[in-house]
Design a protein around this ligand. Structure first.
Ligand code: FES
Length: 93
């Protein structure tokens, strides 16, 4: 179990209206299904990028992912969260 004091990073998945319509609830559940030590996976309110969702934001490095598809969640977890290398093709630009 990860205690709050050990959490170094956070991954936010927008759960506001527009992103929810684009399937963000499933994206949040998919991220939460992975064991990501020291990374808190949390829902967030609107991230101000409506229409590009589901939106995902990784903190504190402020890396944004847009149009996150459920098939790509594992790539973000393995390459970015665990491996430290953001998935360039999925970055929000
Ligand atoms: S509803 Fe997700 S960014 Fe606004």
């Amino acid at each position: 179990m990860v205690e709050n004091s050990q959490v170094e990073r956070r991954l936010l998945v927008c759960q506001n209206r527009t992103c929810r319509k684009q399937g963000s609830a499933k994206i949040l559940a998919a991220f939460q299904a992975f064991d990501t030590p020291n990374i808190a996976v949390e829902k967030s309110g609107c991230l101000g990028q409506c229409g590009n969702g589901p939106m995902v934001l990784v903190l504190p490095e402020e890396i944004w992912y847009s149009h996150v598809h459920i098939d790509k969640v594992s790539a973000v977890v393995e390459k970015h969260l665990l491996g430290g290398v953001p998935v360039k093709k999925m970055l929000y630009s």
